[in-house]
Design a protein around this ligand. Structure first.
Ligand SMILES: [Zn+2]
Ligand SMILES: [Zn+2]
Length: 280
C-alpha cells in the first residue's frame, strides 16, 4: 500500500508536497479549496508545476478531495449549477496538481427518496462530465448514511457508475469508517467483503482508501472518525484490514482526528506495523 494522510495546502501546493514527504507519506490527500465553501481559486500554475515536479521526485501519489458542501443530488437548480461549476474547478485544479482523482461524496436525496436522489445524481454527473473534459477521474466516496446520504452500499456506488454516460471517468474511494458505520462490512469478514466488492465490479475501480476508525458502533450511520485502533473497528479490526493483500499498491490515506499534521506520524507507524507481514 501507499500510506499517507490528509495535508493542508494553505501554504501552497509545493509546501504540501514537501510536508507529505517530510512526514514519511507515500501518498497524501488535499482539499482542492476550502472544504466548507464553493468558491475557490484556480490552481496557481507555478505552484502546480513545482508540486508536480516534487511528486515525481519523491514518488508520491496525490489524491484530491472536493468540498463537503457539494450535493450531487440537490433538487435546487441554483445549488445544482453552483455544485457543478465548483466541481469543474475542483477537477481542473486536481488535474493541474497531478492528482490521480478527485474524491466527492455520494449525493443526499434531502427527503425526495433514494430513487429520485439517484436520478438527480446521475443527471448532475452527466452534465459535470460534459463540462469538464480533462483527464482527472471523479472518485465517488461511500457514506456512513447520515441523514439522507446515498452510497451506504457498494451496490449503490456501482449503480451510479454503470448508469452515467461516461462510466470510465468515474472511480471509487472507500472510507473504512463510513463503511463500518453504514454496516457495509465487518472487519472480521474483510476478505469476504473484498471478494464481494470484486464480484459486483467495485474493487476494480477503487482508486483510494480512507483509513479511519469509527467513534460509533457498527450500523450507527454516524460519520465520526476515530484514531486507528481507538474506535469501534479497534486494533484487531485495523490489523485485519491493514493485512489484506487487496491493499497492495493502493493509496491509503488517514483522515483521523489530529491537532497537527505531525500527529499523523505515530499513527502511520502503527499502520505500517499492522501491515508489515504482508508487504515484507
Ligand atoms: Zn473519507
Ligand atoms: Zn467521514
Amino acid at each position: 500500500m501507499k500510506l499517507g494522510c490528509h495535508i493542508s495546502i494553505s501554504k501552497g501546493y509545493g509546501a504540501a508536497v514537501e510536508s507529505a514527504h517530510r512526514l514519511g507519506c507515500e501518498s497524501f490527500q488535499f482539499f482542492t479549496k476550502n472544504p466548507r465553501a464553493f468558491k475557490g481559486k484556480a490552481a496557481d500554475p507555478d505552484q502546480a508545476a513545482k508540486g508536480r515536479a516534487l511528486l515525481a521526485e519523491y514518488g508520491l501519489t496525490a489524491v484530491a478531495h472536493a468540498p463537503y458542501i457539494t450535493n450531487l443530488s440537490t433538487p435546487d437548480p441554483e445549488l445544482r449549477e453552483i455544485s457543478i461549476a465548483s466541481l469543474v474547478q475542483d477537477l481542473e485544479n486536481a488535474e493541474a496538481y497531478g492528482a490521480i482523482g478527485t474524491v466527492c461524496h455520494m449525493g443526499k436525496h434531502v427527503g425526495e427518496g433514494e430513487e429520485k436522489g439517484m436520478e438527480r445524481m446521475i443527471d448532475t454527473l452527466n452534465e459535470l462530465l460534459e463540462r469538464y473534459t480533462g483527464t482527472c477521474p471523479l472518485l465517488l466516496e461511500n457514506t456512513a448514511g447520515q441523514g439522507t446520504e446515498l452510497g451506504t452500499t457498494l451496490e449503490q456506488c456501482v449503480e451510479v457508475r454503470s448508469r452515467v454516460a461516461q462510466p470510465h471517468r468515474i472511480g471509487f474511494c472507500f472510507d473504512t469508517c463510513h463503511g463500518f458505520a453504514a454496516a457495509a462490512y465487518r472487519p472480521e469478514n474483510w476478505e469476504a467483503f473484498v471478494e464481494h466488492a470484486r464480484s459486483i465490479g467495485y474493487w476494480q475501480h477503487l482508486k483510494a482508501i480512507h483509513l479511519n476508525d469509527s467513534k460509533f458502533d457498527h450500523g450507527s450511520r454516524k460519520d465520526r472518525h476515530a484514531n486507528l485502533g481507538k474506535g469501534f473497528i479497534g486494533e484487531a479490526g485495523m490489523a485485519t484490514i491493514l493485512s489484506s493483500p487487496a491493499l497492495t499498491g493502493m493509496p491509503v490515506v488517514l483522515e483521523t482526528p489530529v491537532e497537527t499534521e505531525d500527529d499523523y506520524v505515530p499513527e502511520m507507524i502503527y499502520a505500517r506495523h499492522c501491515r508489515q507481514a504482508v508487504d515484507a
